[in-house]
Design a protein around this ligand. Structure first.
Ligand code: CU
Ligand code: CU
Length: 282
């Protein structure tokens, strides 16, 4: 199957509707909540002492690529004409962006309880109950820019700092790796005690509400965000053809090497690294 990545800002009304309708169908059948549950199961951090496959780890990119492709395959069983578009948050950086329109993902949460009240994922429209989550409440929440502790979306220059990194990842292969493309794009604060979040993590924080933490898949913007993160990985590989596309080469404590199988699918990491044949340009 070929997968096309299209910038969400170029979608026409009909394409937006087809994407939304396919997502709502997966929600109705329960399949969507399986994806939410998988992400919660694989939300482990540095301190847990267990194998880390999805976050704070070199396989952050391969794991989310596989997750995204699985979701896209499920969407295309509903409507073969649908793909997951991407949100370039360095360009579409305001609450007024068409991404947040009532005909697409809906807007910000209201002030009192952060409840999203516009668009197809507003609880009051009857199609989007939060059932699998780490927080209480059955309505989708957003809190753009987190006014209580303000945060901006990453800029093009901040993304560029990650894209410039000449190596894929670096010791100790976790959230404190001071160099390497993976940690700079995944975006953990690099120095101990530093409260700045970068790139990927900052976007989760800017949307806020359900996008914070393990249950972030409850907000459909998760997929558009990760489609862009995935595209950034593809662009990094193209820009650094001489670099090892994945590190570590050998098994290292609690992180996956390129030939290790990646749970829950048991797909080797390598298969997601060799992605070129999977994508059509667009
Ligand atoms: Cu994740
Ligand atoms: Cu994420």
């Amino acid at each position: 199957m070929t997968h096309t990545r299209q910038n969400q800002r170029t979608l026409n009304k009909g394409q937006k509707k087809r994407f939304v309708d396919a997502v709502l169908t997966l929600k109705r059948t329960g399949r969507y909540d399986d994806f939410v549950g998988t992400h919660i199961d694989f939300y482990r951090g540095d301190g847990d002492g267990e194998l880390r496959v999805a976050h704070m780890t070199p396989s952050f990119f391969p794991w989310h690529r596989k997750f995204l492709l699985e979701f896209e395959t499920a969407l295309r069983k509903v409507d073969p004409g649908v793909t997951v578009p991407y949100w370039d948050w360095t360009v579409d950086r305001t609450p007024g962006a068409s991404l947040w329109g009532a005909d697409f993902l809906g807007g910000n949460g209201r002030r009192s309880d952060r409840q999203v009240t516009t668009g197809p994922f507003a609880h009051r429209h009857g199609h989007w109950d939060i059932r699998v989550a780490v927080t209480d409440g059955d309505f989708l929440m957003r809190d753009f820019g987190r006014p209580k502790d303000p945060v901006d979306l990453p800029t093009g220059a901040e993304l560029e700092r990650a894209m410039r990194e000449p190596v894929y990842d670096a010791r100790p292969w976790n959230s404190v790796a001071a160099t390497g493309f993976r940690n700079k794009l995944e975006g953990w604060p690099i120095r101990h005690g530093d409260r700045t979040w970068y790139n990927h993590n900052r976007v989760h924080r800017w949307v806020s509400g359900h996008m914070l933490g393990a249950g972030s898949v409850n907000d459909p913007v998760f997929w558009l965000h990760h489609a862009f993160v995935d595209l950034c990985w593809t662009r990094w590989c193209a820009r650094h053809p001489q670099a090892d596309p994945y590190l570590p080469g050998e098994h290292h404590r609690n992180v996956l090497a390129v030939n290790d199988p990646m749970p829950p699918w048991d797909t080797p990491v390598r298969e997601m690294v060799e992605h070129r044949s999977r994508y059509a340009s667009g």
